[in-house]
Design a protein around this ligand. Sequence first.
Ligand code: PEP
Length: 251
Amino acid sequence: MSHARRLLVVGNWKMHGTHASNEVLLEGLRSAGPLPCDAAVCVPFPYLAQAAERLARSPLAWGAQDCSAFEEGAYTGEVSAVMLADFGCRYVIVGHSERRALHAESDQTVADKARAALARGVTPIVCVGETLAQREAGETEVIVKRQLSAVIHTLGHCAGEMVVAYEPVWAIGTGHSASPEQAQAVHALLRSQLQAATRHAGGMRLLYGGSVKPDNAATLFAQPDIDGGLIGGAALKAADFLAICRAGVLR
Ligand code: PEP
């Protein structure tokens, strides 16, 4: 089977790391040499400069885990997309389920953040995904479509420039990944929604996230509509993250 889209593997470090431990992790990533996919790490804000310095001239890009929906102003504690661009960020995760749940981010807030990022040339990685209760109630399709719809409408003709990550909440950090078939079914749904809105969804990258590890990445990435992964826990060890980056090589 041939795939038109180059895989993208993104590490989400969440709120982990210190200056010293990052040195070890970044050195492990930097010294990996060429990768068969696009790859990036999304690090906590205080370590953006460190990632930018260490990953310059490496195959890996870097990014952040959130940004403000606003350009600048009286928003204490917020970090704007302008600032992320200033640090050379290629990507920013928006709408991670932890932010939706713990910071009450609405679908529209997530969409506004995605728009703010794109306006500054930072590619938003927009996360969507259902909880276990929603899946068990048969609501997966309605939930992910609603989450994506807000972003599509807000981005308008730029919607084709985002990356989408399907992350079932029940699979994040649990060790229980969605099966390749479960993930593929949702990815196909999302791609057809994107196609109806943008007409060039065939070139968009849809990542799967939720307990991706070196031993399950290859079967997930072999699915026709899965174009890489958003990786949490396994992104904290260079060897595991690089093994995941290399898992798509046979697809
Ligand atoms: C995540 O936090 O986006 C994630 C997918 O985490 P994990 O890989 O640890 O499930």
